[in-house]
Design a protein around this ligand. Structure first.
Ligand code: ZN
Ligand code: ZN
Length: 239
């Protein structure tokens, strides 16, 4: 399995050379390339990547609005995401049911509900092919079935909207927002995931001296026996 971090910018104003494009991951295996998420930055641009298929985590602008004018390939998303995108001119639509491993061009995707937004319910994906197994959740407060989601995972790819501060707000009984990287590293420790890569970078990362911040994060991760890296646009990873 080969991973390419096409974009690593969260829903923020600022953009830099390292974090120019909305968060998106290309999962490649042999000649297949499946793109996870296609935010507004990718509108009119993602076609040149020739994805075999596109899979969506949720309908927020930084994850789905690049598909406003449709897509030249099949698009997979949970039913709740399709409800929000029903007016998009996407011809080849597929529904992904939660907790149902689904083969997309030979790569297995299993959607897990994550807490993040009331209006745009989100999922994270457990992705496996060949010897590789990852969990990808760019926006989340927590994973509902965390133990199942992270079991045997080699790399957890998580939400960098905030590093140590909490971005969690209460709306009635529900919670919306993002959990800090620190908390996500604790999940990795608890579930025995050895490595984490942080994407969907918020201003705390994008506006920082990344070398210093990386060192700080590595120290937080080392206390938890986890290896951590900050993703940047174009970063590749094989497993
Ligand atoms: Zn987002
Ligand atoms: Zn979101």
């Amino acid at each position: 399995m080969k991973l390419t971090f096409l974009g690593t910018r969260g829903e923020i104003e600022k953009r830099t050379r390292r974090h120019r494009m909305h968060t998106s991951l290309m999962v490649s295996y042999r000649s297949v390339n499946v793109m996870i998420d296609c935010g507004l930055d990718w509108l009119g641009k993602f076609e040149r990547l020739h994805p075999s298929a596109i899979v969506l985590t949720h309908a927020h602008p930084d994850h789905a609005w690049g598909l406003k004018h449709g897509a030249p390939c099949p698009v997979y998303a949970p039913q709740k995401t399709w409800q929000e995108l029903q007016h998009y001119p996407i011809e080849d639509r597929h529904v992904i049911d939660e907790r149902t491993p689904t083969k997309i061009c030979g790569i297995t995707f299993e959607a897990f509900a994550v807490e993040h937004s009331i209006l745009s319910p989100a999922v994270g994906y457990r992705v496996s092919v060949g010897r590789g197994r990852i969990f990808y959740a760019p926006d989340l407060i927590f994973i509902h079935d965390r133990q199942d989601a992270l079991k045997g995972v080699q790399i957890y790819i998580g939400d960098g909207a905030t590093v140590t501060r909490s971005f969690i707000r209460r709306r009635g009984k529900a919670l919306i927002g993002h959990s800090p990287v620190r908390t996500q590293l604790t999940w990795c420790e608890k579930e025995g995931v050895p490595r984490a890569i942080i994407t969907h970078c918020g201003s705390e990362i994008v506006a920082s001296d990344e070398r210093k911040l990386s060192a700080k994060l590595r120290a937080i991760a080392a206390e938890r026996d986890v290896d951590v890296r900050l993703a940047y646009d174009g970063m590749k990873q094989e497993l």
